[in-house]
Design a protein around this ligand. Structure first.
Ligand code: ZN
Length: 350
């Protein structure tokens, strides 16, 4: 099959589980009731992806409140209660950040319960998303290592241990989320890609790195307006990712100012091309999705193109997010139909 589909990771949570249309919502329930509701929400997230024809599914991150704190906070050495506000992603926005207070160690599985549940609940290929070392370090205060590289490698070890356990549970793919790669180019070159490789050293599943321009929230939308007519961030980092051990690079494309030619910098890697814009509630048509795939085809052979959303859909309206899932699935199949019926066919851009 050409152009297999996946999502960046998160889907909106139902209103009975958490506050709707919030990035870091409060849970509506607690204790065993909360766990049961998270499982039910996971069933819905999987069902909606299956219904939309998504090939590599996630649990929609229905059991996580915050995509970094959820993983990092479960490790020894990170104090979730010791919070200090600071500017993150090179001061793009302020965030309340937990603190590294000691040696970072993974003493217990973090996402095993929810992945075990998701594995039993779907026969599709299943992906877990985990924040990457640089993004974790950029989202915490560090009172212990006081050295971003050192701290990053400590988290990389914990991530690798977690992935190994999840692969044993039957997951098919892991996606390391590194939005910070789009901000700190020098660190990507110095140690970011090495830390990424340390996360996946020896793991036996498909490996993906997701580098994006963030959720469709105000601070990011504002930041994007300052990036000019052509966004050159990927051009700085793709040559280094091309040298990494990762299998797939997940990147933003739809509705952005990312020049498609950056795909030509990925060497032999596959790309999970963002064909769904998460910064707008307007739902793409299948033809628009197919047209974005056609742009990617100018720089990559068909067998190295996957399709995804630009980023997570956690803060979106549920009906919009589910409609976008269906546009993703239908658009990829439309593009495949065009290509297989007429190999030289150009879908065209409009
Ligand atoms: Zn993202």
């Amino acid at each position: 099959m050409l152009f297999p589909t996946t999502i960046a990771g998160s889907l909106p949570k139902p209103g009975w589980l958490a506050e709707p249309e919030r990035l870091w919502p409060e849970w509506r329930l607690a204790g065993p009731e909360l766990r049961e509701a998270q499982c039910d929400a996971t069933r819905i997230a999987l069902f909606e992806q299956e219904r939309a024809g998504i090939d590599l599914v996630t649990d929609g991150e229905q059991s996580r409140r915050h995509f970094v704190h959820g993983f990092a906070g479960a490790l020894d050495g990170v104090d979730l209660a010791k919070i200090a506000r600071r500017g993150i992603r090179d001061n793009r926005y302020d965030a309340d950040c937990p603190t590294i207070v000691g040696d970072v160690r993974r003493t217990t599985p973090v996402h095993a319960d929810e992945m075990h549940f998701a594995r039993e609940a779907t026969r599709r290929r299943l992906k877990i998303t985990i924040p990457g070392p640089m993004t974790i370090v950029d989202t915490l205060n560090d009172d212990y290592y006081r050295d971003r590289k050192k701290a990053a490698f400590a988290f990389a070890r914990a991530i690798r241990e977690e992935i190994e356990d999840l692969v044993a549970l039957g997951i098919d793919a892991v996606q390391i989320d590194e939005p910070a790669f789009n901000v700190y180019f020098d660190e990507v070159e110095d140690w970011g890609v090495a830390a990424l490789d340390a996360c996946i050293e020896g793991v036996r599943c498909e490996t993906i790195v997701h580098v994006c321009y963030g959720y469709g929230v105000d601070a990011n939308v504002k930041w994007k307006t300052k990036l000019g007519e052509e966004w050159d961030q990927y051009a700085h980092i793709f040559p280094f990712l091309a040298q990494s051990k990762i299998d797939v690079v997940s990147m933003e494309m739809a509705g952005s100012h990312v020049p498609p030619r950056v795909l030509g910098l990925l060497g032999e890697k596959k790309a999970a091309v963002g064909v769904i814009d998460v910064a707008t509630d307007r739902v793409e048509t299948s033809e628009e999705v197919a047209a974005t795939i056609e742009l990617a085809r100018q720089y990559l052979p068909d067998e190295r193109i996957m399709c995804s959303t630009n980023c997570g859909m956690a803060p979106m309206r549920r009906d919009v997010a589910y409609a976008k899932l269906r546009a993703l699935g239908a658009g990829a199949r439309l593009a495949e139909a065009f290509v297989s019926h007429a190999p030289g066919f150009q879908i065209g851009t409009r």
